[in-house]
Design a protein. Structure first.
Length: 385
């Protein structure tokens, strides 16, 4: 009997869609009898595009513009405002979601987004109460309250860390509602070991394969911090991926470093670039940090007032597990890079202990949940504490 799954994502930040695409690929490789649909949440709850007509931006475009410009100060307050707006719009959003699920009738709903899990669960319970609802956290830990983990919901929760599991238990979740994976969801390409002649590829790029090489990435739109990093690490081999930020790439290319700096635009071959690199420098996004560590790269990342609230624990996780160095200011980057290169073997040994199989573990968890979805005792109401 065919099963229909909906993976709910949005494009704010990119990691939610990337996780949805990764899950879809693995599910479809294992289950020809499952129909997997990717559903952009904003296209359901704002199908008339009122927000875009009012502001000129789609909601996720405005968020992504702020990330590109580095305008992240004050996001903690704005997050509270957003959550208040969601609560005030609960009835309207719930009706929109009910209409959607009345039409699609999925056998399982999997959320890969924060903030909206209360209203989505309420709508699904009202419309299709027998259908299991699963939240897959794409952050290493929650940023309570009402970010990823909602209380009083008879649902499943898939967490990528011991910290997230502990937060879920505090929120009242029982063991039978919880699954812990070994990390964040990565695209299947990160598990395909296609051979790479590192010496040859480095030579083609003008890199010396015997010298430590840092990979610098700040998401799909780059960051102006990369220009400062390129200046301060002029004597260190770097691959700098500027994403869609052509203006930034041009500024970095105009520099005259003493070591080779390879400047690239957007690429879908991040895993290949990581195979050429020895360490990673970037913002504390859960996806980029997890990709780097999976590929054996110790990291240098940031934690300060500009760090988005939901990403602050990621830097703590790096520090606690000795997977790299966390700095509070771009001014510390040169000293951090020198220290990391000096201690590279020890950091690499720590990184090698992390064995992330999350994308496959999540699919296994979904298989078990859908198999038992007819058993109403498999998920009981969460008791709030």
């Amino acid at each position: 009997m065919r099963k229909t799954l909906e993976l709910i994502y949005f494009n704010a930040g990119g990691g939610h869609r990337s996780a949805a695409l990764a899950l879809k690929e693995v599910i479809e490789s294992k289950h020809s009898d499952w129909d997997v649909s990717l559903v952009n949440l904003f296209e359901v709850i704002d199908s008339e595009r009122y927000f875009q007509k009012l502001t000129g931006f789609a909601p996720e475009d405005l968020y992504n513009l702020r990330l590109k410009k580095g305008w992240t100060l004050g996001l903690t307050t704005e997050l509270k405002v957003l959550q208040a707006m969601i609560r005030l719009s609960h009835a309207k959003l719930k009706r929109k979601l009910q209409e959607h699920w009345r039409a699609t009738k999925p056998d399982m709903v999997v959320s890969l987004v924060p903030n909206f899990n209360k209203v989505m669960w309420d709508a699904l319970q009202q419309e299709l109460p027998a259908v299991p609802y699963v939240t897959v956290m794409t952050d290493i830990a929650d940023h309570p309250p009402h970010f990823w983990i909602e209380t009083d919901q008879a649902q499943h929760l898939i967490c990528g860390s011991a910290q997230a599991m502990a937060q879920a238990r505090v929120a009242g979740y029982q063991s039978h509602q919880l699954t812990q994976t070994s990390g964040m969801i990565l695209r299947p390409t990160f598990y395909r070991t296609s051979p790479v002649d590192r010496d040859q590829v480095c030579a083609e790029l003008g890199l010396n394969s015997t010298k430590p090489t840092g990979l610098v990435m700040f998401g799909g739109n780059g960051s102006n911090q990369m220009l400062r990093i390129a200046k301060d690490l002029s004597d260190t081999q770097l691959i700098l991926v500027c994403g869609h930020n052509a203006a930034l790439a041009k500024k970095i290319e105009a520099l005259a470093p003493s070591a080779k700096h390879v400047v690239l635009g957007f690429t879908s071959e991040v895993d290949r670039l990581m195979r050429l690199s020895n360490f990673f420098i970037g913002k504390p996004g859960p996806g980029s940090l997890s990709e780097a560590i999976h590929m054996g790269l110790p990291v240098i990342t940031f934690k300060n007032a500009l760090t988005m609230p939901q990403e602050r624990y990621n830097a703590t996780w790096i520090r606690e597990n000795a997977l790299g160095i966390v700095v509070s200011s771009i001014r510390e980057i040169k000293a951090a890079a020198q220290e990391l290169i000096e201690k590279l073997p020890a950091f690499q040994e720590n990184v090698a202990r992390i064995d992330n199989r999350a994308v496959f573990e999540v699919v296994e968890a979904l298989e078990k949940i859908i198999e038992t979805s007819g058993d109403q005792s498999s998920v009981r109401t969460v008791q709030s504490q």
